[in-house]
Design a protein around this ligand. Structure first.
Ligand code: SAM
Ligand code: SF4
Length: 351
């Protein structure tokens, strides 16, 4: 495989020479340890962001194939007690679409009173559910909002729901989900409105992070040559704000931080494509159908749902999870000209 000269990194990797050592944690062949669990709980969504979902939505998961609330709670419990997971984030699809989200969160909270529980959401309907989610034990929310220009929002998400998202962000603050983080995916449509979005987030006292769009859109329109990079964004923002590097908060956290106009306000950039953080990746993913996905970009998944429903013990499920993670690939190959995107798009994996 040859690498292309567009500034995209090529991952070099050295696999372990021997087999998996008897370690209870989710280690892989390259010495990384997964501590952060992403749990997708649905493929359904109230938006149709062009960089994620097809216009008609994802093919529905049949109800018997979807993990139930109690199955999710059991797998989270195994991840924490047997596998060293220290943080859990619920995602999708849109997690708020599931009516039993509060039950899932309360179940995890009851078993693990100190476990950090977070959710990534588009915030539609959060104004009505924030209080119940806080009472169930949810600690933090990351809210996706790419623009505050209503026309651009409609074009990007194919739905006229910006007011609901803004109401959700305000409710999140009101109910103590602080710091509220806002994630914005960068693409050619939103770049011109980035300054306006940053100013809005500064005014609302929420922390904004821009994320490079990855080739995980269901419509397969992502293209290396016209992808918007974090560098492109910084030059746009610098026309209005003074940005000074603030570094990374922690090495496994992918955001690089910038102080805005001397601080204390900050903005983050997550250069998932041009400055990959695969070498520090500490994530493991559970899909809504109960498969373990070690890496966003690899379609190799391990089915835990069948084993769980066939009566496997906690330790048997934990060992399957360990074996799945041992084979985690070193990194994505976006910079290589042989790259092909995974079969599942972002909404079907859980971002
Ligand atoms: N629906 C929720 C939301 O939008 O926050 C949760 C699921 S969404 C798949 C999780 C995150 O993935 C969001 O922050 C979204 O912006 C991000 N995302 C979706 N498609 C992406 C892509 N192609 N590249 C980078 N991030 C993407
Ligand atoms: Fe839905 Fe989130 Fe994907 Fe947008 S990014 S379509 S809100 S799952």
């Amino acid at each position: 495989m040859t690498s292309v000269g567009l500034g995209f990194p090529t991952i070099r990797s050295h696999r372990a020479q021997s087999g998996r050592p008897p370690n209870p944690d989710l280690i892989d062949e390259f010495g990384r340890v997964a501590r952060d669990l992403r749990v997708s709980i649905t493929e359904k969504c109230t938006l149709r962001c062009t960089y994620c979902m097809p216009e008609e939505g994802l093919p529905p998961i049949e109800s018997h194939a979807l993990l139930t609330a109690s199955e999710i709670v059991r797998l989270v419990d195994i991840a924490v007690r047997h596998l060293g997971i220290r943080e859990v984030r619920f995602t999708g699809g849109e997690p708020l679409v599931r009516r039993d989200l509060e039950k899932i969160i309360a179940g995890c909270r009851k078993l693990h009173p100190k476990l950090p529980l977070a959710m990534t959401t588009n915030a539609i309907g959060l104004d009505r559910r924030a209080e119940g989610l806080a009472n169930a034990g949810l600690d933090r929310v990351n809210i996706s909002l790419d623009t505050i220009d209503r026309d651009v929002f409609v074009k990007l998400t194919r739905r006229d729901r910006l007011p609901s998202v803004l109401a959700g962000i305000r409710a999140a603050r009101l109910h103590g989900f602080t710091p509220v983080k806002v994630n914005a995916v960068l693409n050619a449509d939103t770049l011109a409105t980035a300054e306006e979005l940053l100013q809005w987030c500064l005014n609302e006292n929420v922390h904004l992070r821009f994320i490079e769009q990855m080739p995980l859109d269901a419509d397969r329109t992502w293209n290396r040559t016209n992808a918007v990079t974090a560098e492109d964004l910084l030059s746009v923002l610098r026309q209005r704000f003074r940005l000074t590097p603030h570094g990374r908060i922690d090495p496994s956290a992918p955001a690089e931080e910038w102080a805005v106009d001397g601080g204390p306000a900050r903005v983050g950039t997550i250069a998932s494509v041009t400055r990959t953080f695969c070498a520090d990746c500490d994530r493991t993913r559970l899909t809504a159908e109960g498969t373990i996905r070690p890496c966003l970009f690899s379609d190799i998944e391990t089915d835990l749902r069948s084993a769980l429903r066939a009566g496997a013990s906690d330790e048997e499920l934990a060992q399957s999870w360990r074996d799945a993670m041992w084979r985690k690939p070193f990194g994505h190959e976006i910079g290589n000209d042989g790259f092909s995107p995974p079969v599942r798009s972002m909404g079907a994996i859980g971002g």
